[in-house]
Design a binder for this molecule. Structure first.
Ligand SMILES: Nc1ncnc2c1ncn2[C@@H]1O[C@H](COP(=O)(O)OP(=O)(O)O)[C@@H](O)[C@H]1O
Ligand SMILES: [Mg+2]
Length: 258
């Protein structure tokens, strides 16, 4: 098929009809479908406990789905474990984790390349992440613990890009950041997208995330309940009522929600 065809490119990551859960407990994901096109930020929003992290765990091979299919660039990787998912092109920035504070920025970023044998490629990726995240280059020799929370998040992003991923999975990157640093952090995600990387972002901070994302998906009862261009979701009164809280797009008399 011609690559300059006018229709959207094949998604880089597809989770199709995924069912997943933990042990004998009830399923968390109940037929979830999400597609992430190239160079696009797809944001999955939903309240605490909705299953957002579970979606990323399934995508990165940390959790095997009960049923459904995972495709990367059209290749079925459903049964891949975590190491093979990295080789397939998925890199996962975990929720709540951070840098190793007693190690330098360089050492932290270098850890992301521990599976990469090709030294020339490691050097090339190092240059790439230093260019993409100037603060990483500036603070290269400093202890990671001496950086601000937002700067440490950039070190994590840089680390995740060392494996040349097709898709980066970001779990609640705004967690623990104040509003100003959250804005700066979302700008870094846009820079990743503009560098050609596809991003699957999950956030409880729905409004801020949808202001950044290209496509939004609302997770409800283990499925994607509403999906569409992020600006449309922001203006969708159902979403304002259900998830965004505080400042609904359509004025109501309801008190500020969660
Ligand atoms: N390791 C686990 N073992 C058992 N249950 C889990 C585990 N991780 C998450 N859960 C449960 O799965 C559901 C979804 O969790 P999670 O995906 O972390 O939600 P979110 O990221 O949207 O807050 C919750 O009910 C949570 O308690
Ligand atoms: Mg979570």
């Amino acid at each position: 098929m011609a690559s300059d065809a006018p229709h959207p490119p094949r998604p880089l990551l597809e989770l199709v009809d995924v069912e997943a859960g933990y042990g004998r407990a009830a399923l968390v994901l109940r037929g979830l479908t999400v597609r992430v096109p190239a160079a696009t930020i797809v944001c999955l929003v939903g309240p605490n406990g909705a299953g957002k992290s579970t979606v990323l765990k399934v995508a990165s091979g940390m959790l095997t789905p009960r049923s459904g299919t995972i495709l990367v660039d059209g290749v079925d990787v459903t049964r891949n474990g975590a190491q093979d998912m990295i080789k397939s092109g998925l890199s996962h920035v975990l929720q709540g984790h951070s840098v190793f504070k007693e190690m330098t920025v360089a050492e932290n970023v270098g850890l992301g390349a521990y599976t990469v044998r090709d030294k020339a490629l490691v050097a090339e990726r190092t240059d790439f992440v230093k260019t993409l995240f100037p603060i990483v280059a500036e603070r290269w020799g400093d202890l990671a613990g001496s950086l601000s929370g937002g700067q440490q998040k950039q070190v994590e992003f840089a680390r995740s890009l060392m494996v040349s991923p097709k898709v980066v999975l970001l779990d609640e990157p705004s967690m623990g950041l104040d509003p100003k640093r959250t804005t700066a952090m979302f700008e870094q995600i846009v820079r990743m997208r503009d560098a050609g990387i596809a991003v699957l972002l999950v956030e409880q901070n729905a409004r801020r995330a949808l202001e950044t994302a290209d496509i939004g998906c609302v997770l409800d009862l283990g499925r994607v309940h509403i999906t569409g261009p992020a600006p449309e979701l922001l203006a969708d009164p159902r979403l304002a009522e259900l998830y965004l809280g505080g400042r609904p797009a359509v004025p109501t008399n309801a008190a500020a929600g969660a």
